[in-house]
Design a protein around this ligand. Sequence first.
Ligand code: ZN
Length: 227
Amino acid sequence: MKELMEGVTRFREHIYKEHEQKLQVLGREGQSPKTLMISCSDSRVVPELITQSLPGDLFVIRNAGNIVPPWQSINGGVTSTIEYAVVGLGVTDIVICGHADCGAMKAHFAPEGALDAMPSVKAWIGHSRAARDIVHACCAGAGDTEKLDRLVEENVTLQLTHLRSHPSVAAALASGKIRLHGWVFDIESGTIRAFDGRTRQFGPLSDGDTPPIAEGGLDRDTPKKAA
Ligand code: ZN
C-alpha cells in the first residue's frame, strides 16, 4: 500500500492541478463519455493509458478475460453496465479489448483440476469456451504461443457476438447509433490489432487511421439519400 499512498499524494499535489478545471466541470455537470471499453482486469492493460484518455472520456468495464456473458445468462454488473452505457449515456462506440498473455485465456489450457480451487473463475471463463473449442479444432498442430494468440483473438470476436445479444446493443446497432470494435493489445510492443468486420481479420491499428469497425455504424457516417 505504500506505493499507492505515495501515488495518492502525487496525484493530489501535481496531477490533480493539471486537470483541476476539467474535473470541476465534470463533477458539476456530470459525464458524457462517447466510448465504452470492456477490457481485462490484467494490471498490464490500462485502457486510459493505451488510449491516452482523460477523465470523462472512457466508460470502462474490466473483468478477467474481457468477457461479456450472453444476455440473460447472468443479470450482473457487466449486463447492467452495458445497458446503462448504451441507453443512459448514449455511447457511440464499444471496444472489447483483449490482450496478449491473458491469464484468463491461458486457464483454458491448464491441466485438468488446476482450477478446482477457483470454481468461480472456472465458471466465468466458461463464457469463452466456444473460443477455446475453435482453437482446439483449428490449431491442433500449432505451438502454445500461437494457440494462445489465436484464442485471445477468437475470444474478442466471441464476446462481440455475446454483446450483440444484449437488447440495448441490438437496438442501437439496428438504428445506426453504435459501432462495435474488437482490439487486442500487445503488452511488450504497446501495439494494438483491430478486428475488421468486412475481412473478418485482425490487423495493425495504424496511427491516425480511421479504426476498422467490427460491426455497426452511425447514421451520420453514411450520407442521407435524397428524398
Ligand atoms: Zn487478461
